[in-house]
Write a protein that binds this ligand. Structure first.
Ligand SMILES: [Zn+2]
Length: 228
């Protein structure tokens, strides 16, 4: 079950963008639009305000990167509003559900979303494959149409990469013969699974890698559990 507001977003975006044809451009667009929608829903735009102006009951504020000094009072008292603290978690959740929706549309294999207490992975495909979703937005779109770039989306953020691989280690220590896959929308150059407890990572915003994931899942699928 996809929770709201994620469910309405993925249903709408899948229908509009991917329903008839899936290619690289459309896949990227699907994830990007889902990210834009979730940020818009929660008001998670990039914006700033001048606290000095606010003291004198003047509001000086804007979208995007904060100017310094303040264009009105010339004091260095402009601050970014801390929406960035929610960007990773909300767009991370959005990526999870966008991937889940996509997988269910294009594959016959059963995919199960894991309960919150499962910390190592987000989904299981049959009883043999665990999938950890690690995607996030590449930019934040503001209501004035400007884009605020986030330079380390998905697996490009080293903390995210470390977390994903350590989840793989935990999972594989309990289920050594099962597969552990990471799905994302951004992979840093040079990332390798060599010597690490992960069986593969896939940039599912690319058609070829999405197809490769499906092939692997078909190859290694186990028993479909009744509870799926
Ligand atoms: Zn000011």
């Amino acid at each position: 079950m996809i929770p709201e507001p994620y469910k309405s977003i993925v249903n709408k975006r899948y229908e509009l963008i991917l329903k008839d044809e899936i290619d690289n451009e459309k896949l990227k667009n699907y994830f990007d639009k889902c990210f834009e929608d979730i940020c818009s829903h929660y008001g998670l735009h990039a914006c700033w305000i001048c606290v000095n102006c606010m003291k004198s009951e003047t509001l000086t504020y804007g979208w995007g990167e904060k100017p310094s000094p303040c264009p009105k009072c010339s004091q260095n008292a402009t601050y970014s509003i801390a929406t960035f603290q929610s960007w990773a978690s909300k767009t991370g959740d959005m990526f999870e559900w966008a991937f889940y929706k996509l997988f269910r549309e294009i594959s016959e294999l059963k995919i199960r979303s894991m309960p919150r207490q499962t910390k190592t992975h987000d989904f299981e495909i049959t009883n043999k494959i665990a999938i950890e979703a690690k995607g996030s937005a590449e930019y934040i779109k503001n209501p004035d149409g400007t884009k605020y770039d986030l330079d380390i989306p998905g697996m490009k953020r080293s903390d995210t990469e470390k977390k994903a691989f350590s989840n793989g280690e935990k999972y594989k220590s309990l289920h050594p013969s099962n597969k552990f896959y990471i799905v994302t929308n951004a992979i840093p150059k040079g990332l390798t699974i060599k010597g690490r407890a992960v069986d593969g990572f896939f940039n599912v915003a690319k058609k070829k890698e999405l197809d490769r994931l499906l092939e692997e899942c078909i190859k290694y699928q186990g028993k479909t559990l009744d509870s799926f």
